[in-house]
Design a protein around this ligand. Structure first.
Ligand code: PLP
Length: 215
């Protein structure tokens, strides 16, 4: 698929769901992709990308930004507290806020620097032991904790279990966001972004459908 195929599918899914046109942000997930594929998408004018690792992002994005100008970068993968400062410098949005210690570190950095990336709290909707994210029962408490620290929490993020019907997880995430007064929903990947849009996704994270299979 090309970038314009994906944006056309997003437009269509918004219409089908009676959503405001343009209310879904497309994050092009460029992790582990050859640089020339990323460059091709930059050449087409897209300026919103997602990466999984701070180190990998630090290796490619400063140079792309020198050449192409401002790019909105989203961190999608787990963040270690010792990489938080570097993440602050590189990313406009962090989707993987998942524990009190990280919230405290981000709040301290925000105090120090007078700014903070926008944040999504990652929720482990499938309660999978190997997966990051707060458990559904802990979401309300953790949202309150982050808000008490004055962190800019936009919404919730999830990665549904691979073998389950994603709609159940999207519906659950939407319900938890609504009851906490949060407008942002980061959900939907290459295989299910249209479904996610029908459940109110504000940010879809699409990698292989745009760039092809990863190395
Ligand atoms: C890799 C990744 C994606 C993109 O996955 P695709 O299936 O290639 O679209 C989205 N979200 C997260 C958190 C990822 O790690």
């Amino acid at each position: 698929m090309t970038l314009s195929d994906i944006t056309a599918r997003i437009d269509h899914a918004e219409k089908q769901a009676d959503r405001t046109p343009g209310s879904t942000r497309l994050i092009a997930v460029s992790k582990m992709q050859p640089l020339e594929r990323v460059e091709a998408v930059l050449d087409q004018g897209h300026r919103c990308f997602g990466e999984n690792r701070v180190q990998e992002a630090a290796g490619k994005w400063p140079e792309f930004r020198d050449r192409f100008g401002p790019v909105d970068l989203h961190l999608l993968g787990p963040l270690q507290t010792n990489k938080a400062r570097q993440a602050f410098d590189l990313f406009q949005v962090i989707h993987s806020l998942d524990r009190p210690k990280l919230a405290q570190t981000l709040a301290r950095l925000a105090q120090e620097t007078g700014q903070c990336p926008d944040l999504f709290i990652q929720v482990n909707t499938g309660e999978e032991p190997q997966k990051a994210g707060v458990l559904p029962t802990d979401v309300d408490g953790f949202v309150a904790e982050c808000q008490a620290l004055d962190l800019p929490v936009l919404g919730l993020m999830c990665i549904p279990p691979a073998e389950e019907e994603p709609s159940l997880h999207f519906a659950l995430l939407a319900k938890m966001a609504a009851r906490n007064g949060l407008a942002g929903l980061s959900m939907g990947m290459s295989g299910d972004f249209e479904t996610a849009i029908s459940f109110g996704a504000t940010h879809v994270r699409v990698g292989s459908a745009i760039f092809g299979a990863r190395a």
